[in-house]
Design a binder for this molecule. Sequence first.
Ligand SMILES: [Fe+2]
Length: 367
Amino acid sequence: MSLSISRIKKRILTFLQNRIYLNRNKKGISFLQNRISLNQNKNIFIDGYKVFSESGVTPQSAYYALINLYCLTNGKFNEDINRKIISFNPPLSIKNTRDEFFGKLDKADYEKINITLNNDGYYCFDKQLPAETCKKLYDYALKNQATGRGFDSKVLYNPNNPISEIYRYDFNMVDLINNEDIQQLIMNPALINVARNYLGCEPVFDFPGMWWSAGYKKEALSDSAQLYHFDMDRIKWLKIFFYINDVTPENGPHCYIKHSHKPGNKPMELLKRGYVRIPDEDLKKYYKQEDFIELCGDAGSIIAGDTKCWHKGKHLTKGHRLVMQLEYTSSLFGANYPKMVVKKSSDAFKEFCKNNSRYSSNIHFNN
Ligand SMILES: [Fe+2]
């Protein structure tokens, strides 16, 4: 089969964009931004978005262009493009909810949560996951294998003998989507309303995550997210974190720099470094002491967070931490994750996904 000249040109351009303009290093991905202009990045993004709209797959060059554009515009590009995306997908009106985890919440409650999220970049719920749910997830995490960062194969985490030198053991999202307790939370109407309000559209469920963080080496390392960084997997997203065991100043509380998710609120001097981890000392030059927030909490604590904020897990000096996370997004454009196939499901979850096809568009059933 012969390729047209224009397609060959396009392929060469994509190859060059990937090869020339990106510079991966151990601390993350830094971009040679002086080599590629704002407009060139926008063109790559627009071309890539068209490919994504047709195929559901984001070209790597377009994903990198998104990260470049975030850094070059100090977050303004994401806001502008998200406004366009959500204009095709307006949110349903917020209805009052009553559920087993959050009790009764009305429109005013959701508005209060959204104002705090928009202002601070995170929100701590006053309700907690029941002890029984935490115990079930904790037991699951002890009995099922996770991948220690830096290792190829999965292992059972042994609290008495952590082997990952970079502290972190990630559970596979495809395994987690088959956990019925997690499925229950994915269906939670209160969390969907929080995401709906924050994203300004009908949310898509992106993926579940869960990981152990353990103390092992003495210094914090970038690979385990124990140095400040911002996430940029999507154009706009919201994460809900659940502490499954008690989190104290010793075993890795989430740390956020308040307000730093807002467009224009990151120092351009730091964004020029690209998509990399930043040492505390560098950030302290730009932000007030009171904006460095450490979020401790009992098992069951629930935190909503926009991880465009500078954030990190504090280095553990004692014990371990188990966190579960759900991510909601306005669009799946961005990082390409493995296909989430459900092999084991409650009837309710199957029915729910069938009735909420946009929300569950990233979840696939085996039968
Ligand atoms: Fe992160």
